[in-house]
Design a binder for this molecule. Structure first.
Ligand SMILES: NC(=O)c1ccc[n+]([C@@H]2O[C@H](COP(=O)([O-])OP(=O)(O)OC[C@H]3O[C@@H](n4cnc5c(N)ncnc54)[C@H](OP(=O)(O)O)[C@@H]3O)[C@@H](O)[C@H]2O)c1
Length: 348
């Protein structure tokens, strides 16, 4: 299916925005679902993240279409956090509005996540991992989204100054209160993960999932974390799987004006796109072309070839980007030569 610049399906009438959303009946035949660790929960191989592109600085009509296109293509898993925006909190507010405008009719078919850990409000209780902060933050998130519960609640980062028992105890109680169905951790290293998983086990609330940065350009999870998660039966979802857009063809000829790297105070500074990085992107792009894929498709397929990776959480600024990313599912296998060539480019 093709989409034009304003996210309209090519060849279809311009649907009036006020018409209630009705999901595509064929959505579940378009997606692959994978079991999250040793749990009962299946997640789509490709999930949608709302860190960027869904804030109060973005265009509602545009990202609402991205959310609908995601669900229409079998993406049941929407990843949020208290601080997503900008401004912080606005991605949750906007997602709440999308739910109220129609998507919420499918609440039982959706996995909605949120997190707390980073700086959210002033004073000593507005960040990190205390029970006080986690409980208050989740209550705020539920209010912003208009939800009674989230499916997964995460400790967004480890807190060096709060006993891990307190942070994990708050997660376990949140499940017992029915405010989250499952809990997970994010940005914990392998040792911290081992301890967190053990404490949650003691509380009889298993750690469902670890959300970690993982892409061809950032392989820190491979030596210790992934084997540990597999052993413990904890799922792994990969964030920034396209290295925030570096692993696409967009930076091959400079920094486009509308890209993440061109924005002020970006998490992907233009200065990080060095000639060495471009040389790697070019080499990888050639391999992708040889496989009949875009670089974005190949970068996602490369992660998903590993069965320990439950899902990759992509960001998408347009329906066209989302559809490109979904095409990754068409070709997930790699030959030994392709993998060796990719490794040699990444090692340069
Ligand atoms: N737990 C954590 O600490 C944490 C941290 C970061 C992210 N996350 C989660 O992971 C999600 C994804 O992170 P991310 O946004 O960094 O992921 P990403 O998929 O690596 O990067 C997304 C960006 O890449 C570009 N892009 C995506 N698909 C493209 C395509 N097919 N062709 C060309 N460009 C494409 C777009 O940037 P342009 O605007 O340049 O077009 C898009 O905004 C977040 O939304 C969040 O849910 C979690």
């Amino acid at each position: 299916m093709e989409f034009n610049e304003t996210n309209q399906k090519v060849g279809t009438p311009n649907l009036h925005a006020a018409m209630p959303y009705v999901a595509d009946d064929s959505r579940y035949s378009k997606m692959v679902y994978r079991r999250c660790g040793r749990s009962g929960l299946l997640l789509p191989a490709i999930s949608l993240g709302l860190w960027h592109n869904f804030g109060s600085v973005d265009v509602f009509d545009n990202f609402e279409k991205v959310a609908y296109a995601a669900f229409d293509n079998g993406i049941t898993h929407f990843d949020l956090a208290n601080n997503y925006g900008p401004v912080a909190g606005s991605a949750e507010e906007n997602f709440g509005r999308i739910l109220r405008r129609g998507l919420g009719a499918y609440r039982d078919e959706m996995i909605i996540t949120t997190k707390a850990g980073y700086d959210m409000w002033p004073g000593p209780y507005g960040e990190w991992g205390s029970r006080k902060y986690l409980m208050a933050s989740l209550n705020q998130s539920l209010k912003r989204m208009g939800l009674e519960y989230v499916d997964i609640f995460y400790s967004h980062r480890p807190d060096p100054n709060t006993p891990l028992e307190e942070t994990m105890g708050a997660l376990a109680d949140i499940v017992r209160q029915g405010k989250a169905l499952y809990v997970g951790i994010s940005n914990y290293d392998a040792e911290q993960t081992k301890q967190a998983v053990a404490i949650l086990k003691d509380y009889k609330v298993p750690c469902l999932v670890h959300q970690a940065r993982y892409s061809m350009f950032d392989r820190w999870t491979e030596p210790e974390l992934l084997p540990l998660l597999e052993k413990e039966g904890v799922g792994m979802v990969a964030f920034s799987p396209l290295a925030q857009g570096l692993l696409t063809n967009k930076y091959l000829n400079g920094v486009p004006a509308d890209s993440r790297a061109a924005r002020p105070n970006s998490f992907l500074p233009a200065s990080s796109i060095t000639p060495e990085v471009i040389a790697k992107i070019k080499g990888l792009n050639e391999i992708a072309e040889g496989r009949g894929q875009t670089l974005a498709e190949m970068a996602l397929a490369w992660l998903l070839r590993d069965k320990r990776v439950t899902s990759v959480i992509v960001g998408a600024r347009s329906v066209a980007q989302l559809m490109d990313n979904l095409n990754a599912l068409e070709h997930l296998n790699f030959s030994t030569e392709e993998l060796a060539k990719i490794d040699s480019i990444l090692a340069k």
